[in-house]
Ligand binder design. Structure first.
Ligand code: FAD
Length: 484
């Protein structure tokens, strides 16, 4: 019987945990002996359930895209039940009021100008500028461009400012003038290389999506009772039960190649170091940490990784007496930066998720309405310059202005996410392809996580699965070669 290879996974966020799962739960049983090394006190990375105002709530990711299979099927395999959002009706706070999201938007790019006009989101001059798209000469895409450049050129800068910015701010905490069209709206990029009009390109993408989905209409987003953070805790429990060695407070300092093996140098954060020997290493860390670890092993890949920037973000959770929040409708709203407020989006958690509503009903005499505000955009120094107390006050004040809730909520809690979201800048796809090409020179070492092909949880799980396949393939080639 051949011995299973030992694989060290660095980083115990959802990508690292999912990688450990794929290494140990293949159709033919475990493919490796796995050690996961996580620098923080807890596993899960940006998946976390925290106690806030007497409730256990997500303070990191809170929803899973259900139109991609990876997260939903992992939940199913773990026996975790997902539940659709109770409402997905969202709004945009634009021109001083909350306005219902019009239908027919593709990451903010409109396709139904009637609905857009009726929504009141845009000014009349902004609306009248949009159809010029049909008359303008083709925008030739020789390669990647920023979403902002493309949309402003075709449809006018107000579409970027009032529709695209809030979407990109919500998902990437990024800015339209620096985020990559190729990465953030890839289907639009492809369609725009074939069509002159951006409106028609966006409409064709939405139509293709409808045709591909067919008549079956499942939810677009789902949550997990008790929080999406439970995906990490339940996954970790299952991994532990199946013999995966999960170590926290294990700060990986260095990765070194020694013949066919790897030495992973681990610190305990208090000056003590040890070396873990591995047949292969999977870096499931944010790009900056992966760049540090790769520096002495693969300088070129390390340099490319270091060029990936991050946005710091904060989640502010606020509770209000339920009777003061009865006028709130739908699942929440996004705020374009042009409105001059700090909060970039608010989720009405107790309206969006039944499980939060149930928990919030029993938590106070008359129940609570729970809201979750996001703060932080790439390049904005606000988070560095503000205390938690200031962030809490700013969030409550912005919410008071936008939806008329009292400036003093019943409770408020701030969670900061340093390096919360990677920025897919123009050229990101090429950069990632180059990183992967450089890594071919370092067989037995792979990377996965939010920094590469998608920031959402399903994409992270997908990247973990792909990295595991690459590593296993390399190990079997190495073994074949060694045995002639
Ligand atoms: C506030 C917020 C809300 C979000 N909401 C959603 C959402 O609703 N839906 C969705 O799909 N996505 C959401 N996302 C995105 C998604 O949560 C993340 O992209 C994803 O969880 C990243 O997982 P990861 O494992 O790749 O990275 P991480 O979660 O960052 O995990 C990497 C781990 O590596 C560890 N590490 C770093 N350096 C070292 C080292 N030297 N040694 C050992 N360990 C190390 C870190 O401590 C960390 O735990 C959100 C993100 C944020 C910040």
């Amino acid at each position: 019987m051949t011995q299973l290879p030992h694989i060290v996974v660095v980083g115990g966020g959802v990508s690292g945990l999912a990688a450990a799962w794929f290494l140990t739960h293949g159709p033919h049983g475990p493919r490796a002996r796995v050690t996961v090394l996580e620098s923080a006190d807890e596993l899960g990375g940006k998946l976390r359930v925290q106690q806030v105002g007497g409730l256990h709530l997500d303070s990191g990711a809170e929803a899973l895209l259900a139109t991609r299979p990876e997260a939903v099927s992992l939940c199913r395999e773990l026996g975790l039940e997902t539940e659709p959002a109770a409402t997905t009706k969202a709004a945009i706070y634009s021109r001083g009021s909350l306005r219902a999201f019009p239908g027919g938007l593709l990451t903010g790019v409109p396709t139904d100008l009637r609905q857009l006009a009726a929504s009141g989101i845009m000014s009349l001059p902004g609306l009248l500028r949009i159809p010029l798209d049909h008359l303008l000469p083709r925008t030739v895409l020789h390669g990647d461009v920023s979403v902002g450049d493309f949309v402003s050129t075709r449809l006018g800068s107000e579409v970027t400012a009032r529709l695209v910015e809030p979407m990109l701010g919500g998902v990437y905490a990024g800015r339209a003038d620096s985020l990559s069209l190729q990465m953030t709206v890839p289907a639009l990029y492809r369609a725009a290389t074939r069509r002159r009009s951006a409106l028609q390109a966006a409409a064709s993408v939405l139509a293709e999506g409808r045709n591909a989905r067919g008549p079956r209409k499942g939810p677009i987003f789902v949550g997990i009772e008790g929080g999406v953070g439970r995906l990490a805790t339940v996954l970790a429990d299952v991994l532990r039960d199946t013999g995966v060695d999960l170590q926290t407070k294990a700060v990986v300092q260095q990765v070194r190649k020694r013949g066919d093996l790897w030495d992973v140098v681990v610190g305990d954060g208090r000056g003590k170091y040890r070396t873990v020997e591995a047949d292969a290493v999977l870096l499931a860390t944010p790009a900056t940490a992966s760049a540090d670890l790769l520096e002495s092993v693969n300088q070129a890949a390390s340099d490319e990784l270091r060029a990936i920037e991050y946005a710091d973000v904060a989640v502010v959770t606020l509770g209000y007496p339920a009777d003061q929040a009865r006028h709130l409708r739908g699942s929440g709203f996004l705020v374009p930066p042009v409105e001059g407020l700090t909060v970039k989006g608010v989720t009405y958690s107790s309206s969006k998720w039944d499980w939060v509503a149930r928990a919030a009903r029993t938590s106070a005499d008359d129940g609570l309405a729970v809201l979750r505000a996001s703060i932080g955009r790439a390049g904005d120094p606000l988070l560095d310059q503000s205390s938690d107390q200031e962030l809490a006050r700013i969030a409550a004040d912005d919410i008071a202005v936008m939806v008329g809730l009292p400036r003093r909520p019943a409770f408020v809690s701030v969670t900061r996410w340093h390096q919360g979201l990677p920025q897919y800048a123009v050229g990101h796809r090429t950069r990632v392809a180059e990183i992967r090409e450089w890594l071919v020179n370092t067989p037995g070492l792979a990377v996965c996580g939010a920094a590469y092909e998608g920031v959402g949880v399903p994409a992270c799980i997908g990247s973990a699965q792909a990295a595991v396949s690459t590593l296993m393939q390399q190990l079997s080639e190495q073994r074949e070669w060694a045995h002639g």
